[in-house]
Design a protein around this ligand. Structure first.
Ligand code: DGI
Ligand code: FE
Ligand code: FE
Ligand code: FE
Length: 188
């Protein structure tokens, strides 16, 4: 399957806006893969598919996760925004028959990150932050960071997310903390 096939697969699942976001993340992931010497084809596939489950209503996402026997921790159950990443990776493995663990993990961890992130994890994580459709305070700084150091951009993205979550009084997933600690220690 190629990019055109995946575009047709995700289209019915997503709003126009989310569809365009997915294409932008795909483009950005391929661009980063070129700069940082990673597998461009895998970056393309992971980028385009990363949010495939994002627009499924939460109650339906829960039902699907039960069907796939995905068990949720208390933090995961409370953080609905994490579901589409866990479910997305499982859906892609089971229904699209993608078995490449680099692609599956990059999708699985695109929202939280994780300790010991692979180059593909980092590429999709950062591409999701700096894709052309993104327009938040600080995005230009993050784009500049990503042009210089992928690891710095991962730290900056995680810092952004963690600050936001703390400010909003929301729980922080252990993978997010683990990702932050590993990424910070990596820089030093
Ligand atoms: O799906 P996207 O909107 O493109 O982006 P995403 O999958 O990175 O989701 C971002 C959201 O996920 C944002 O609202 C913050 C939330 N999030 C990320 N890490 C954590 C988290 N929420 C909780 N509760 N805990 C986390 O560790
Ligand atoms: Fe997402
Ligand atoms: Fe660890
Ligand atoms: Fe996204």
């Amino acid at each position: 399957m190629n990019r055109t096939d995946y575009e047709a697969i995700i289209k019915p699942f997503l709003s126009q806006k989310r569809y365009e976001h997915s294409l932008c993340v795909c483009d950005e992931a391929v661009r980063l893969a070129k700069i940082y010497d990673a597998n461009e084809q895998k970056a393309e596939t992971a980028g385009i598919l990363h949010d495939i489950m994002k627009d499924i209503p939460p109650d339906e996402q829960l039902k699907m996760m039960m069907r796939y026997h995905i068990l949720l921790t208390d933090v995961e159950r409370s953080a609905q925004k994490l579901w589409h990443a866990m479910l997305g990776a499982t859906y892609i493995e089971n229904e699209l028959h993608i078995s490449d663990t680099e692609i599956l993990n990059a999708i699985r961890y695109h929202t939280t990150g994780r300790g010991q992130m692979t180059i593909m994890d980092k590429i999709v994580f950062v591409a999701d932050f700096i894709s052309a459709d993104r327009d938040y305070d600080g995005v230009e700084e993050l784009r500049k960071a990503a042009a210089i150091s992928l690891d710095q951009a991962v730290v900056d993205g995680l810092t952004f997310t963690i600050k936001d979550l703390v400010q909003a009084g929301k729980p922080i997933h252990p993978d997010t903390i683990d990702a932050y600690n590993h990424a910070i220690l990596n820089l030093q």
